[in-house]
Design a protein around this ligand. Structure first.
Ligand code: SAH
Ligand code: SF4
Length: 358
């Protein structure tokens, strides 16, 4: 049968609808999700508490399809990067970043990105297409399969790979639903983070409907500079973005915080003046700043800020009472950092190794 339903696309609610349309009782949803997400069983025939008829029916109308992993790279610092082939010359990547007290998986939401931030290799290569819920969830399933065998765990998931999650709302929100669902991945809402460059209308919807953590890619403290670095700022300037942030912080039933990401570009956005403006902008907001050393890529005009400049910037923020951390550069030997993923494989050269292009 054509057009089989890939069941990785469906949330618990949608699965229940699916099983009810097959004439099955509602407890099938729970059994099914346990097989798939807890027992890691993807073969319908092995789902032994299902009748033979149901197993056959599932095989006729549905699949549990995962994309193919093309390469898996290991950095000397423990970081792992997977390159995944989605067919049709579309590739994405995800990265596992182990730390002392957690293991974070950085996943992609689109192939490429339309927002063209000038310091981002994904943005520089344009937009190919949105990922489906199944393609987003597959990244977690694939990484989990590998890590489980090694006795490691994914404790956090961040949408900081390729693409702008808030321009692919339905698929991303459904994926978040599964990430939080106890019958699937069961992560707490603090451990799932959507990172956005500021799609303001979507931010309001997310604030009201998706109970996960938020990171804002700010990168500049004033409109003039942000217009240049993060072009979507021309459409949704800083004041509108900050209003949406305040709305997010007050929505929902639990206490919320926002992580503001700030990529450190040598001589562009890293002076003491910038730091003071940033501190003023974030005054009174429950915020934490993540200073990210710029990750260079071929043909970029930017350079990474000097270590002492980053330190000075951090000191100014600290002085004004803004909580700040500096991201360690990780996985440099495999181009592993978030915001630095697969930009180089969406061109049509078919080259999918981790060699740098020149
Ligand atoms: N589109 C979303 C999420 C993907 S990018 C967003 O922009 O937030 C994830 C993070 O990596 C963002 O903060 C992004 O600004 C940052 N980033 C992109 N390119 C980078 C680079 N070359 N070096 C360091 N950080 C980068
Ligand atoms: Fe897109 Fe984010 Fe890159 Fe900007 S930083 S181009 S929004 S992926």
């Amino acid at each position: 049968m054509k057009n089989k339903q890939n069941l990785f696309n469906l949330t618990r609610f949608e699965l229940s609808d699916f099983f009810s349309k097959l004439g099955e009782k509602s407890y099938r949803t729970k059994q099914f999700m346990q097989w798939v997400y807890h027992q890691h069983e993807l073969d319908f025939n092995q789902m032994l508490n299902f009748s033979k008829e149901l197993r056959q029916k599932l095989q006729q109308v549905s699949t549990l399809e995962l994309p193919v992993v093309t390469t898996q790279n290991f950095a000397s610092d423990g970081l792992i990067k997977w390159l995944v082939d989605l067919g049709g010359d579309n590739h994405i990547e995800m990265v596992y970043i182990p730390e002392k007290d957690r293991g974070t998986l950085c996943i992609s939401s689109q192939v490429g990105c339309s927002l063209a931030c000038t310091f981002c290799s994904t943005g520089m290569q344009g937009f190919n297409r949105n990922l489906s819920t199944a393609e987003i969830i597959a990244q977690v399933v694939i990484a989990n399969q590998y890590l489980n065998d090694k006795g490691k765990k994914i404790s956090n998931v961040v949408f900081m790979g390729m693409g702008e999650p808030l321009l692919n709302e339905k698929a991303v929100y459904n994926a978040c639903d599964l990430l939080l669902d106890d019958l699937a991945f069961g992560l707490s809402r603090r451990r799932v983070t959507i990172s956005t460059s500021g799609v303001v209308p979507a931010l309001y919807r997310m604030a009201d409907t998706v109970p996960v953590s938020l990171a804002i890619s700010l990168h500049a403290p004033d409109n003039q500079l942000r217009d240049e670095l993060v072009p979507i700022n021309q459409k949704y300037p800083i004041k509108e973005l900050m209003d949406a942030c305040r709305y997010y912080l007050n929505a929902g039933t639990q206490e919320r915080h926002i992580l503001f990401e700030y990529v450190m570009l040598d001589g562009v956005n890293d002076t003491v003046e910038h730091a003071k403006k940033l501190a003023k902008l974030l005054g009174g907001i429950s915020a934490k700043v993540n200073l990210i050393p710029f990750n260079p890529f071929p043909k970029t005009k930017y350079k990474t800020s000097k270590t002492f400049t980053i330190k000075k910037f951090q000191d100014v923020l600290f002085h004004f009472g803004v909580r700040t951390m500096t991201r360690r550069t990780r996985g440099e030997d495999i181009d592993g950092a978030c915001g630095q993923l697969a930009g180089k494989v969406i061109d049509k050269t078919g080259r999918t190794t981790n060699d740098r292009r020149h």
